[in-house]
Design a binder for this molecule. Structure first.
Ligand SMILES: Cc1cc2nc3c(=O)[nH]c(=O)nc-3n(C[C@H](O)[C@H](O)[C@H](O)COP(=O)(O)OP(=O)(O)OC[C@H]3O[C@@H](n4cnc5c(N)ncnc54)[C@H](O)[C@@H]3O)c2cc1C
Length: 271
């Protein structure tokens, strides 16, 4: 396959909230490779692709034949073989996302046939619980992990702590809340930072994900607070959240995981 051709098609696109979309992309006549939940690939469009009306104007415009490529975590299960799903937020001044948001079902784009990344559950010993902490679209890799693994996880515990500004920005909320109700090993704890904007009162957690981690929600659900001895923690999303959570985790004795020095927390930086 020639490098970076428009080799894939939008099979589903759903604007979850303004500036937040779930998009499924299918390869055109080539097989998707196997991948591990938590891994990412690359999407691309040429400078000639139009930007969505909500984005900032581009000045000067990019050369029409420049291929703009960016990394995106896969949110679909790794056993869904016909397509990959992505959860993307619009950066109004950005180069690629305004063009991705303008795509319609049936439009073509570049999808890299290579999926890669180390932000995966196989780094976690099988007897350890897992807490997945995200802000915004940092939830994407966890959706792939949960959709792939939760069907056979029956012993260790999983929790997702997802932070967003508003309730309507909590992508995948219905799916995660349903899983929470039906799975005895899964807990979903959403938290919003701007409850004053809600049209009806928000009765859940308010503030930032750090507050949920430091509070007693997980201890109530699991019967004990997670410790470095029994739990691995994943961090993905806003760089300030990652930095702040790293400080909190290290104070509690959690160590960063590297290939050389296995630790109990793992992180993926989007920017
Ligand atoms: C491994 C990896 C996985 C990623 N997975 C996802 C994903 O699943 N969903 C997703 O929406 N993005 C994801 N990203 C970010 C993505 O690659 C792009 O950086 C992002 O979509 C912005 O692209 P752009 O061309 O529109 O903006 P650019 O022109 O590249 O401008 C980016 C600048 O905008 C700012 N910015 C504000 N908000 C964001 C944001 N949410 N992401 C990145 N930059 C931001 C930063 O200052 C950044 O330097 C991932 C990045 C990496 C490295």
């Amino acid at each position: 396959m020639p490098a970076r051709e428009l080799n894939a098609v939008v099979r589903m696109k759903f604007e979850r909230a303004p500036g937040l979309m779930i998009m499924q992309v299918a390869p055109e006549d080539w097989p998707l490779p196997d991948f591990q939940p938590g891994q990412f690939t690359v999407l691309g469009l040429p400078g000639s692709a139009p930007r969505c009306p909500e984005s900032d104007p581009e000045d000067p415009p990019l050369p029409p034949d420049k291929m703009i490529i960016r990394a995106y975590s896969v949110s679909s299960a790794s056993d869904a073989k016909e397509y990959l799903e992505f959860y993307v937020s619009l950066v109004k001044s950005g180069e690629l996302t305004p063009r991705l948001f303008n795509l319609q079902i049936g439009d073509r784009l570049h999808l890299s046939p290579k999926l890669t990344g180390f932000f995966t559950l196989d780094k976690v010993p099988e007897d350890k619980n897992v807490v997945l902490i995200a802000t915004g679209t940092g939830l994407a890799p966890y959706m792939s992990m949960i959709r792939t693994s939760l069907t056979y996880e029956t012993h260790r515990r999983f929790a997702v702590i997802h932070g967003a500004y508003h309730s309507w920005d909590l992508g995948y909320r219905l799916e995660l809340a349903a899983l929470d109700r039906i799975s005895p090993v899964f807990d979903y704890i959403p938290i919003i930072s701007d409850p004053q904007d809600e049209p009806t009162p928000w009765t859940g957690h308010t503030g930032f994900v750090q507050k949920v981690w430091q509070g007693d929600s997980i201890a109530k659900a699991w019967g004990a607070r997670p410790t470095p001895e029994d739990t691995h923690v994943f961090l993905c999303g806003h760089p300030d959240m990652i930095e702040s959570m790293e400080g909190i985790l290290q104070e509690e004795g959690f160590q960063p995981h590297t290939k050389k020095n296995p630790g109990q927390y793992h992180l993926e930086r989007y920017w």
